[in-house]
Design a binder for this molecule. Sequence first.
Ligand code: CO
Ligand code: ZN
Length: 333
Amino acid sequence: MDKDKVSLLTKLLETYGPSGNENLVREVIFNEINQYVDEIKTDRLGNLIAIKRGSGKKIMIAAHMDEIGVIITGIDENGYLRFANIGGVSPYVSLGQRVMFCDGLQGVVHMEHLEDIKQLKLEKMYIDIGAINREDALSKVNIGDSACFYKPFVQMGEAFVSKAMDDRIGCFIAIEALKQIKNSPNEIYFVFTVQEEIGLRGAKTSAFGIDPDVGISVDITDTGDTPKAKHMAVKMGSGPAIKIKDNYLLSHPAVKQLMIDTAKEHQIPYQLEVLEFGGTDSGAIHLTRGGVPSGVLSIPCRYAHTPCEMVSIKDVENSIKLLTKILEKEILI
Ligand code: CO
Ligand code: ZN
């Protein structure tokens, strides 16, 4: 992957953006795509909607800008912060990590003394920002402030590793496809959604507003290719995954077929995905108004919802190619 693309991806990944605080990510994306689209706007919930006009069907592509994180619930007299989760945050994964607030302030996540590690819950944990007392802490953070986990982006062999791969990698793929599409007959709405991690909320309102004919979200999925992993037929490096099912969606057969046919026509490797838990923005999009045929282009990702989410560079490149080729076709679903 060329340097400019890697530096855009790095910027997307390292930007602060827990659910409800997606504005900095939105700014990065806006500046990147502004000149490539016919119209661009932010809706009242904060979703960024970029339109490439066409005379055909309305296609909604969704990638969520938000990431999991924590929200401050209290500050004690010694300046330690108590917190709750934003989205799916495991106490075990959080222990010993660093978090980052919107102004760049960082903190360390640790726990009270516990006799048994099985007692570990977020209520038993705190964030240390190096404050000397409550007053000092309050001069830097407040109740209700949100933080994301912080780990810098790194390339490891054939893989990219970072926090927030879920779902900045989806944003990156949508951005690259948007730039690369030539002559599409479709009317394409690229939607960079808010608040996916806490219940697909931005997708719900933006899909209602757009009223698309077809919806495709671009998001990560789990893999079954690590030692003694839960059984799953998806492997990192074996190509973009075409979703059949997760807990919130049964992909529409025609959308699934469109994705498979396009991959075959262009010799793009792909795999079929059945995820036994979780969901993506398409879970909300397909239930909009009278129903919207929907599917998902998934990027196989190890260690989801940790600060070390890992994807294959080849899978990312093939996902960009597959999404571009799908959107260049006249979609008649
Ligand atoms: Co997620
Ligand atoms: Zn996601």
